[in-house]
Design a protein around this ligand. Structure first.
Ligand code: 0A1
Ligand code: ZN
Length: 896
């Protein structure tokens, strides 16, 4: 843990390194208590910068030897650095530096660097974990070729892996063995990995278009092999997709995925040796839900796609993190959409991604941690693996694709690789390549202004007003943009905002879109959808030959990460809900109708009485003859409590919860018969498959069952809860089983308790399922404080441990982030619980503690008495003298 006040690192202070490390030869004598690392580097002075001492990063290491060209030299330690002054002004040309040090993997509870988990050794080096293994220039612009020798006890650690290709292996004395690996691709230290453990692998050979064969391997603990099929299929699909869509082939003879139970994040793209949280590898129908299956596909894709966008071309410095993350999230989103297939299934994926953005990135952009996609400064880089860098970053890439077209974007990617393969670059260089490949595009015309998406934080607000002029048959749209101030950025310059749109006639027809003075396109017809580019603070767009007053359908497909105020009436929204050809806006219209009713109740007297037009519209969706089940489920799920709260100036979480629960109850009652029909009609048949149609059916059946139980329990009827319990017992897959259990929990049925007990007994040997068991209890709708009391009791359950990140998240994050009504209590007990847990975790795993600390980002918008109590809890955390720099940065910003 770094103590004291860590310095602020600024983007503008970037300078190239004083030395390059060309190659590194690492030897590990692996021992949980004391691992010896022999690190032999070939270095060269960087003649482009003034001569300086060599400063190597190092953290929590014991140094035993330093030799330059075989001779010992004097050195000194500065905060987090090993300094060799005598290397200042060393002659041009290579020299060797040999360092020996030890580290203690079993004591490494940060899970950064080399650590032990389940009796094996694993590494996590992004962003700055390599310095916890050995002394190095631990920065992404220093790229070296690695040769790695691992030595360990053969019985305990039969599998020894590192990046690249296996060049040698054999036996050693005393029951030990060794393996030597070489990775021919120069890489930054954050992509280094090693694994030494007792694992087994699922293997598959694939042939890429060039005719080369490659070995794919998924390593897991013995006993988990039956849960690797989906990960392997996802990996094969990723290899095929990247070659087909972007002409990017697999460049390695062997590509390995290793699953580990203790991991801070989702997964890591180490060159040729991806290390994954078990959550994103292990799945079989009995243990994993549909959403787990989809998560695995997208994370396996994400890490694989990093091989080109992140590894072959990497980041010059950590401020450029979105260069690899925004682009790779965009790529994994496109992959999942292409895998989904039908237009409707693609839209479901897009809606899901936008929901994620609105739930995590919009609040971030409006709170104390708001930062540009390319931040200007940080204290702890691990705090900047954020929704802004990842998800808003992906939206920025998506806008580029919208502005240059899908083919134009593919050409831009080709140019990007032609220019920068093998180097460490900036976001500017990426945007330049996409624009240069499309010189006639709006992106090229507006590039400097477009790049404000990288430099300005905050979510822009677009206001739209339409005016129809019957005599001239014109429709004029006035679009305006503004963006509120964010920390350190009071004023904003206008953004370039692509607005995909259409005009809908009162009878639901899509109208032709002819802009003023526009010639007939070569196709012979004006389009029914187009992209308007808003780049000024306010702009008019006039459409001609419009026969009647239309309803505008703006921001189709969520073509830009903005909020939209278009002043549409309920009737307009009902029309779009029924007729919009854009599925995203159809869903959006339904959400807006629901949101308006929820906000009116929360802002008013708290009473929510759903009106017939709304209920009728929801019935129309539920009973629609052709809409896909997945789409119906999305349309019929009210906006989340977090999203509702984000629309309010002052938030009383209990009122938000009450209004949303009232809406659910009224929809349950008003559509009772239709829910029953939907439940029966959406039973997925045949064996389990996570295809979009079956997933949609299971999702809608689960929602229907939930509503039917809610209505039944309120009426004292036991039939549907009984059916739910039966379904829970007989389910042949986890989606149905968990859905039935959730229906019982969310309706406060008496059968919830026996079902929970049975669930535990069935799955007590499956850690990922026990995580679900904790989360289900922590996220159940609160009633009279019982959920919160249960969470506190579960902290003492023998299966609970705060040291395992998945388990800690399954209970603590689940209640603090996923259950606002249980967490925000008028007696402040939720906040006391939060502060205690953050402080406890800070001593164990500062990265995880800092993520939990973010729960309180939005404290200042809470209504009293929550606001004062929340501030007190944040202040108590901030008052701890030896707080990690990770948590300190979060709470300091929150209190600023
Ligand atoms: N680069 C990984 C995410 C990741 C980042 C940091 C980690 O440890 C601090 C671990 C993983 C990805 O985007 O998948
Ligand atoms: Zn990533």
């Amino acid at each position: 843990m770094r103590e004291g006040t860590a310095p602020l690192i600024r983007r503008e202070d970037y300078s190239a390194p004083a030395f390059w490390i060309k190659s590194v030869d690492l030897t590990f004598d692996l021992d949980p208590a004391k691992t010896l690392v022999i690190n032999k580097m070939q270095l060269e002075r960087n003649l482009d910068v003034p001569a300086q001492a060599l400063r190597l990063h190092g953290e929590d290491l014991n140094l035993t030897r330093v030799l330059v060209n075989g001779e010992s030299v004097s050195f000194r330690h500065e905060e987090g650095l090993l300094v060799i002054d005598s290397l200042q002004g060393v002659p041009a040309g290579p020299f060797t530096l040999e360092i020996r040090n030890t580290c203690a993997p079993e004591k490494n509870t940060h899970l950064s660097g080399l650590y032990t988990s389940g009796g094996g050794f694993f590494t996590q080096c992004e962003a700055e974990g390599f310095r916890r293994i050995t002394y190095f220039l631990d920065r992404p612009d220093v790229m070296a070729v690695y040769t790695v020798t691992l030595r360990a006890n053969k019985q305990q650690y039969p599998v020894l892996l590192s990046n690249g290709n296996l060049v040698e292996q054999g036996e050693l004395d005393n029951g030990r063995h060794f393996a030597k690996w070489n990775d021919p691709f120069p890489k930054p230290s954050y992509l280094f990995a090693l694994v030494a453990a007792d694992l087994v692998a699922r293997e598959q050979w694939v042939t890429t278009r060039s005719g080369k064969n490659h070995l794919l391997q998924v390593y897991v603990r013995r006993g988990d092999l039956d849960k690797t099929e989906h990960a392997m299929n996802s990996l094969i699909a990723s290899v095929v997709w990247d070659e087909a869509r972007f002409k990017l082939p697999l460049d390695l003879e062997r590509f390995m995925i290793v699953a580990v139970g203790d991991f801070n994040m989702g997964a890591m793209e180490n060159k040729g040796l991806n290390i994954f949280n078990t959550k994103y590898v292990l799945a079989n129908p009995a243990t994993a839900t549909d959403s787990d299956y989809l998560g695995i596909e997208s994370v396996v894709g994400h890490e694989y796609f990093h091989n080109w966008t992140g590894n072959r071309i990497t980041c010059r410095d950590w401020f450029q993190l979105s260069l690899k993350e925004g682009l790779t999230v965009f790529r994994d989103q496109e992959f999942s959409m292409d895998m989904a297939g039908s237009a409707s299934a693609r839209a479901v994926k897009r809606i899901d991604d936008v929901r994620t953005l609105r739930l995590s990135q919009f609040p971030e952009d409006a709170g104390p941690m708001a930062h540009p996609v390319r931040p200007d400064s940080y204290v702890e880089i691990n705090n900047f693996y954020t929704a802004t860098v990842y998800d808003k970053g992906a939206e920025v890439v998506r806008m580029m694709q919208t502005l240059v077209g899908r083919d134009g974007f593919a050409h831009g990617m080709t140019l990007y690789f032609e220019r920068h393969d093998g180097s460490a670059v900036t976001c500017d260089e990426f945007a330049q390549a996409i624009a240069d490949a499309n010189p006639q595009s709006e992106l090229a015309r507006l590039l400097p202004q477009f790049k404000r998406w990288y430099s300005q934080a905050g979510t822009p607000r677009v206001t739209a007003r339409g005016r129809y002029d019957a005599p001239s048959r014109t429709y004029t749209l006035l679009l305006e943009q503004s963006c509120g101030s964010t920390p350190g950025q009071a004023e904003k310059q206008p953004f370039v905002i692509p607005i995909a749109m259409g005009l809908v006639a009162r009878d639901g027809r899509a109208l032709a879109l002819q802009l003023e003075d526009e010639a007939l396109p070569a196709s012979g017809a004006y389009p029914q959808e187009r992209v308007l580019v808003l780049s000024e603070n306010r702009e008019f767009f006039t459409f001609v030959n419009v026969d009647e007053e239309p309803v505008p359908s703006l921001l189709r497909g969520f073509s830009a990460p903005v909020t939209l105020a278009d002043g549409l009436s309920d009737n307009d929204l009902l029309l779009l809900l029924q007729h919009d050809t854009d599925p995203f806006n159809r869903w959006e219209a339904g959400q807006r109708l629901a949101l308006a009713r929820l906000l009116a109740a929360v802002r008013g007297d708290g009473d929510l009485q759903l009106d017939q037009p709304f209920i009728g519209a929801m019935r129309g969706v539920l009973t629609h003859p052709t809409l896909d089940a997945a789409f119906k489920e999305l349309l019929l799920s009210p906006p989340s409590e977090i999203y509702i709260a984000e629309q309010l100036e002052s938030v009383d979480p209990q009122r938000v919860h009450a209004a949303r629960e009232a809406m659910r109850m009224q929809l349950a009652q008003a559509l009772r018969d239709d829910w029953a029909v939907a439940f029966e009609a959406n039973q997925a048949t045949g064996g389990y498959a996570p295809d979009p149609i079956s997933v949609g059916k299971r999702g809608l059946a689960n929602l229907a069952l939930n509503m039917l139980c809610l209505d039944a329990v309120a009426r004292g009827d036991t039939v549907w809860p009984g059916r739910a319990y039966q379904r829970f017992k007989d389910a042949s897959n986890m989606t149905d089983r968990q859905g039935a259990l959730w229906a019982l929990l969310a309706s406060h049925s008496e059968l919830a308790e026996p079902a929970l007990a049975r669930f535990y007994e069935l799955f007590k040997g499956e850690p990922l399922v026990i995580d679900k068991w904790f989360t289900l209890q922590a996220t159940a709708p609160e009633s009279g404080g019982r959920v919160f009391a249960r969470v506190k009791a579960l902290m003492n359950h023998p299966d609970f441990t705060i040291k395992n990140p998945n388990r800690a998240r399954s209970l603590i994050a689940a209640v603090c982030m996923g259950n606002p009504a249980a967490f925000h209590r008028s007696d402040a007990a939720g906040y006391v619980f939060w502060a205690d847990r953050v402080l406890e975790l800070d001593g164990i795993n500062p990265q995880l503690a800092a993520r939990m600390a973010r729960v309180m980002d939005r404290w200042s918008r809470l209504a009293e008495p929550y606001r004062s109590a929340a501030r007190e809890a944040v202040s108590r955390v901030a008052a701890k003298p030896d707080l990690s720099s990770d948590v300190r940065e979060i709470v300091t910003r929150a209190l600023a």
